[in-house]
Design a protein around this ligand. Structure first.
Ligand code: BES
Ligand code: MN
Ligand code: ZN
Length: 497
């Protein structure tokens, strides 16, 4: 999608749809910035506000047809003025984009009424409008031949005032970069397991490296054996797809310690010998959502080239049952050297991540953040409204939460108290890979922590937030691309950008 910032009176916008975001007003009079637009509407806006049919509450929409200028005017509610945040504006833009697509509009314009801009700065406005429109307008039609699925929003004009134009433009550029990475992540998530294999993820990483000029290394079976990545190899052994371990290295800050991001890349999780039930098992193609977030981040890095060093690690494999698959009771040796009793082959995410965590040591990272669709328990605990957050460093956890809040990807902390560690002690090996039903997300976090050595680390459990099975007004159902915006915000926070 193409985006641009324009300085033009609202009544002269010519797009097929002009969205105007408006918060709750203190009176039912038309705000002065919308008076000339209302003239094109023959006073309909004034009558609508007077009737109390549009009050500026979140998610409220009203469609109108002016006699001149834009073909449609869509009012979108924001919130009360003290609640008008980046998130509220992003959400209104997403809602507007969904409406634009429904209406078959190939282009839209977006304006935020200055009377109700809340605390959102012009630069933030430029950024979150592009992010929101991309979020709402995303569609995946690669495997559909009907025309309806091909409807696309191709162009976004952000309407700004002359004095704010350059600030809005600065934000727009970041938003556009984030949007490209976000789209990549969601497209990868949407691909079925027979297309998006470990090798496919590796090929995408290589393409990114080539396009943006950063180093990408892909380790295959033989190298993983040499490195002693026994936990990753154990998960992979039931599949005919070769596992891949992908290393992306973006350098934008000389010799400073890198920020390291790890993404779980299980391209299909059947559970293995501990087979999952059939109902909704197809959703387990999304078990590579953490990997998609890391690849999306690297696309954003390539676009905005921040002054930071960033390492991305993606352990990628399928988890399938077969005559040569790992079995409950098997014991494997991890890359770090600790032995693992595999009690349940469906707890495979932590097995591939533990080898990535110990591999991360060689980069002497400033911090390591992993994103993984790790546990069904986090879906039970937090549903789809927040990701679970755990780690070994309170300052880092606060920073991740800050980034998540700004990015509209909230994280909520869970404790890694020593008491929980007892649950993953094994009688026959150093650790076992499940701790039973109680506190399932925390014991998974503890398992990972066993392999964290010498760096601040945060773990984000995105099993409940990586995809949605319900349509939301601001988010079509399917993959959410979660992580791309949070990771980007985290990197920008570290570089002061
Ligand atoms: N990929 C799943 C977790 C998951 C569940 C992701 C629901 C998305 C939606 C993970 O590999 C898994 O199977 N976890 C098990 C662990 C258990 C066997 C200890 C789970 O949560 O049931
Ligand atoms: Mn599993
Ligand atoms: Zn899994």
């Amino acid at each position: 999608m193409k985006s641009s910032v324009r300085v033009v009176p609202l009544e002269r916008v010519s797009a097929p749809l002009l969205a105007v975001a408006l918060g709750e007003l203190s009176s039912d009079k038309v705000p002065s910035s919308l008076l000339s637009l209302d003239a094109n509407l023959g006073g309909e806006l004034a009558r609508m506000l007077a009737a109390g049919d549009f009050t500026g509450k979140p998610d409220e929409v009203a469609l109108m047809y002016p006699s001149k200028g834009a073909k449609r005017v869509l009012l979108v509610g924001l919130a009360k003025s003290e609640e008008i945040t980046r998130g509220a504006v992003r959400r209104s833009a997403a809602i507007a984009a969904r409406k634009a697509i429904e209406a078959g509009a190939g282009a839209m314009a977006f304006h935020l009424a200055p009377e109700t801009h809340g605390g959102v700065t012009p630069a933030d406005f430029g950024q979150v409008v592009v992010e929101g429109v991309e979020q709402g307008a995303w569609r995946f039609s690669e495997f559909r031949s009907d025309d309806d699925a091909k409807k696309r929003l191709r162009e976004l004009e952000i309407i700004a005032t002359r004095e704010h134009r350059s600030d809005v433009e600065r934000g727009r550029k970041i938003g556009a970069a984030v949007a490209v990475g976000h789209r990549l992540a969601r497209n990868l998530q949407a691909l079925p397991g027979n297309v998006c294999t470990p090798g496919y993820l590796a090929a995408i990483a290589r393409e990114l490296g080539k396009a943006y000029g950063f180093k990408v290394t892909v380790l295959g079976h033989a190298q993983l054996e040499k490195l002693g990545m026994g936990a990753l190899l154990a998960v992979a052994q039931g599949s005919s797809q070769e596992p891949k371990f992908v290393i992306l290295e973006y350098k934008g800050a000389g010799r400073s310690a890198p920020l390291c991001f790890i993404g779980k890349g299980v391209t299909f999780d059947s559970g293995g010998i501990s087979l999952k039930p059939a109902l909704n098992m197809e959703e387990m193609k999304y078990d590579m959502s953490g990997a998609a977030a890391v690849l999306g981040l690297f696309e954003v890095l390539g676009q905005i080239k921040p002054k930071a060093n960033v390492v991305g690690l993606i352990p990628a494999t399928e988890n399938l049952p077969s005559g040569v698959a790992i079995k409950p009771g098997d014991i494997v040796r991890s890359h770090m050297g600790k032995t693992i009793e595999i009690v349940n082959t469906d707890a495979e995410g932590r097995l591939i991540l533990c080898d990535a965590l110990s591999y991360a040591r060689r980069f002497k990272p400033a911090c390591v953040i992993d994103a993984a669709t790790l546990t069904g328990a986090i879906v039970v605990g937090l549903g789809s409204h927040a990701a679970g957050l755990m780690g070994n460093d309170d300052a880092l956890l606060d920073e991740v939460r800050w980034a998540g809040d700004l990015a509209g990807e909230r994280c909520w902390p869970l404790p890694l108290w020593q008491e929980y560690r007892e649950q993953i002690k094994s009688t026959i090996a150093d650790v076992k890979n499940t701790g039973g039903r109680p506190a399932g997300s925390i014991t998974a976090g503890w398992f990972l922590r066993e392999f964290v050595d010498g760096f601040p680390w945060a773990h984000i459990d995105i099993a409940g937030t990586a995809y949605t099975d319900a349509d939301r007004p601001d988010l079509p159902k399917g993959p959410t691309g979660i992580g791309v915006r949070l990771f980007t915000q985290f990197v920008l926070g570290r570089t002061g950008g």
